[in-house]
Design a binder for this molecule. Structure first.
Ligand code: PMP
Length: 358
């Protein structure tokens, strides 16, 4: 490459990589479990698979670009107007669209760190500036510091609750106090990717919050609680002008025909899917209690994952996990995030964590 070759914008080279969770290691005679991407261990329900199989027959055609049936199903389910919704290619697509629609180059996006790794990627890709506010020692957002970080250039604040990868969620009282300090011109995105897993006192009521705040957007996904990560469907709930801006910058046909079918069929089977969520929450409780009994000081886990702060022991922990057939997501020098998975996988994690302490 040189001056005579096409050059991407300078900020493109500065985009940090997205490190996808590793697949399970294949070892003869040993089942290995993938706990590295906060996926749902349950496969799609048979009725969802059937709906998808039926939709496959029309995959020679483009999808319904308006995703009309899915918008209507979501609108009915959530009790919000269709105009307040914006579907996307996963909720990560919404993060890109939000930054693209609201930030000029050099504008600032404030978020907690460590948090979801796609945030700095989306922000840098748009030539906006990432303003990272360290999480507190217990993994919670430092909302006071985040409010204090807002400047004249701030256009968006991302609040990840529950926070990936540390685990805690913000309370409604904390969110209200924060929103009271945020100027009305600043968009507050509440990333609720794991909202269905929250079991706490005073949980955030996202829908009530968006209804009472013209600058609040919720982002949600079918990837986690609904177990459709491979289909890539996310959605935003936002005041109509914001939702319209998101739809305007969306990728045409970004939600495939099979993805629309899977999401609709899942909404129709929500009670069964929420039973699975309940089982995963029970497993989460078992894992967290077991870890604390074993002397681990893990943060409150409100998503479908647990955070181990390990510092320079992170790589060793990931390697030891791999040895016992579980794949975790290491963050070099910081810690490891481990998804709640199959009961057997969670058993192995508990045994490993007891051994690793010694
Ligand atoms: N937000 C958070 C906090 C996440 O952890 C994830 C997935 N890891 C997403 C958004 C994106 O999920 P998806 O694009 O599958 O909807």
């Amino acid at each position: 490459t040189g001056p005579d070759t096409p050059q991407p914008r300078p900020n493109i080279g500065a985009i940090p990589p997205y490190v996808a969770g590793k697949p399970p290691t294949v070892r003869p005679g040993m089942t290995s479990y993938k706990l590295s991407s906060n996926e749902n261990p349950y496969p799609p329900l048979p009725g969802v698979v059937e709906a998808v199989q039926e939709a496959v027959g029309s995959m020679n055609r483009y999808p319904d670009m308006g995703s009309v049936a899915l918008y209507e199903a979501l609108s009915e389910r959530l009790g919000v107007p269709v105009g307040d919704l914006s579907l996307a290619t996963g909720s990560v697509g919404l993060i890109y669209q939000l930054v693209q629609a609201f930030c000029e180059p050099g504008d600032e996006v404030v978020f907690a760190w460590r948090s979801f790794e796609a945030y700095p990627i989306a922000v840098t890709a748009a030539a906006a500036t990432a303003v990272k506010v360290p999480v507190l020692a217990d993994g919670r957002h430092d909302l006071d510091a985040m409010a204090a970080a807002i400047t004249d250039r701030t256009r968006v604040v991302l609040v990840c609750t529950p926070n990936n990868p540390t685990g805690p969620a913000v309370t409604q009282a904390e969110l209200d106090a924060f929103l009271a300090k945020v100027p009305a011109r600043v968009l507050v995105v509440v990333d609720e990717a794991y909202v269905e897993f929250v079991r706490m006192d005073d949980p955030v009521d996202g829908l009530a919050t968006y209804r009472s705040h013209p600058n609040v957007v919720l982002t949600r996904t079918f990837s986690k609680a609904y177990g459709l990560a491979g289909f890539r469907v996310g959605y935003a709930v936002a005041p109509a002008p914001i939702a319209a801006a998101l739809r305007a910058v969306s990728l045409p046909f970004g939600v495939s025909t099979v993805a629309q079918a899977a999401a609709i069929a899942s909404l129709e089977r929500e009670p069964e899917l929420l039973e699975r969520v309940e089982a995963l929450v029970a497993e989460r409780t078992r894992v967290v209690d077991g870890l604390r009994d074993a002397g681990w000081d893990v943060p409150e886990a409100q998503g479908n994952f647990v955070w181990f702060e390990l510092g320079d022991r992170t790589a060793d922990f990931a390697a030891a996990a791999d040895e016992v057939g579980i794949v975790v997501r290491p963050f070099a020098g910081e810690g490891a995030r481990v998804s709640i998975g199959e009961d057997e996988a969670n058993d192995r994690l508990l045994v490993l964590a007891k051994e690793f302490q010694k």
